[in-house]
Design a protein around this ligand. Sequence first.
Ligand code: AMP
Length: 376
Amino acid sequence: MQTVGILGGGQLARMLALAGAPLGLRFLVVDSAIEACASQVAPLVRADWRDFDALADFARRIDVATFDFENVPAETAQWLAGRTRVFPNPGALAVSQDRLAEKLLFRDVGLGTPAFATVDSRADLEAAINTVGLPCVLKTRRLGYDGKGQRVLRSRADADSAWQLLGSSPLILEAFIPFTREVSVIGVRSRSGEFRHYPLTRNWHVDGILSVSLAPAPDATALEHAAIAHARAIAERLDYVGAFALELFDVDGQLLGNEIAPRVHNSGHWTIEGAVCSQFENHLRAVLDLPLGDTSARGVSVMLNWVGALPEAAAILREAGAHWHDYGKDSRAGRKVGHATVCADEDATLRLRLESVGQALGREWQVAPAIEALTQ
Ligand code: AMP
């Protein structure tokens, strides 16, 4: 019986623990919040990232440590790696915590990025606008997620307010990309170097937060080839172990790297019911050095995120091919509190199911982009 320790006790840790139960795994979760939702399904060590006494005890009780949260301080990950096995490795975590390091890595493996410049002063911001052009996006280099820590600049007049909002942290200015679509690839690499990937996923964001994922992404064969080659090159360069997401902008058939998430990812939640072996199970297999599972899609799936509050469950539960996930979290604006995955054997059936779910929930706006993509 092996015990997997997870740093961070949110919905990702919760779904990892649920995926690991059939494999006979035990879990121990660290989080500073007593209400961390993974604690409903796995024991919780309540500690913050600098509580080294609690973390030493945690390290003694587990066989391997992994992450639900990528912003665990790199020093904590490094410290822990001196006491137990930690996957992904702290170096890989550090790269993904810094938007600059991430972009340099992308360019190193031949993946283009939006034009960018670092910004450490108000004068840098003016110079960066000159180099990058308008419109552009000012982002904190660290600790940004779900559209937090970023501001779009449409004209020079927006620079002052963006600087006032974000200027206390190291920043990066990126060109605003008028992408054709957003896609992601979930890759997984095991301790022995085995690499697998899920089919390319198409994603739609609302206010910087993932709203809908459709997998496999329609009409994406050529893109998929390139996306997977990049994902694999990044994983090998980082000696990465575990599941990860590479988020990409498709600009008229050319891919640009946006970011990597060094963990299981929201755009891979559809794999729970929509793939033969889910990203969660494969992450566990990877960090435990077990053979990786089949990443093929079973038919076609759409994941709908519930942000802020849950809609009525019954409308999902009564729909054929639909699956309900309630993370056990309190409602709060901007917070991911659950998702649903709607699966079908073929596009036409999935469209009908999405129409039915959209109407029943009064969320036609949310299902519309996926229905449109399935119709083309
Ligand atoms: P991020 O936290 O960087 O993944 O940004 C969240 C979302 O904001 C992305 O998925 C995009 O929808 C949008 N976004 C971020 N950066 C850019 C960019 N440079 N150009 C256009 N849209 C962007």
